[in-house]
Design a protein around this ligand. Structure first.
Ligand code: ZN
Length: 161
């Protein structure tokens, strides 16, 4: 049965996004990601397209070992770049203690520790993206959100590439 809504919510009527931001869906970090995007990347709602997916751009790091993740992400990102022709920049944000990395088997990681593997993957991403999406001429920036206090209530964002 359909119930007609009565409350209304504002939308961005004509967005002109210049940036695609790919980050993890971990609920602990959403508020920090939004604040970081606004405060440090200086992007408001409508100026960027968020792609929120478990593990963030990690699925791009393993085209041979995780081919389905890779193809899915590439397809979605290409379609967004075609839809929003003014996007010139991709920002990739991953974070400490990412659950996605706990799901990766030794076959993918070669037995590396999770954080070590993630930092290794993040370091490779600018090259992968630049090659992969070269026809779009994109600037790629990569950030890593790491805990800034012992109780893990705050994060800070390191620029990786
Ligand atoms: Zn995560």
């Amino acid at each position: 049965m359909t119930e007609t809504g009565t409350k209304t919510y504002a939308v961005v009527a004509s967005p002109k996004p210049t940036t695609l931001v790919v980050h993890c869906s971990d609920p602990r970090f959403q508020i920090a990601f939004r604040k970081f995007i606004e405060d440090e990347l200086h992007l408001q709602d409508g100026e960027y397209v968020p792609v929120v997916i478990r593990g963030g751009a990690a699925g791009f790091s393993h085209p041979e070992r995780l081919p389905k993740d890779f193809a899915f992400l590439v397809g979605r990102i290409e379609s967004l770049l075609e839809r929003f022709g003014e996007i010139r920049q991709i920002v990739l944000i991953n974070h400490e203690d990412c659950g996605f990395y706990h799901t990766l088997t030794d076959r993918v990681t070669g037995g590396r520790e999770h954080e070590e593997q993630m930092l290794h993957d993040l370091g490779n991403l600018p090259g992968i993206f630049t090659r992969l999406l070269s026809q779009f001429g994109l600037n790629v920036r990569v950030y890593y959100a790491r805990f800034a206090d012992e109780k893990r209530t705050q994060v800070t964002f390191d620029k990786i590439g």
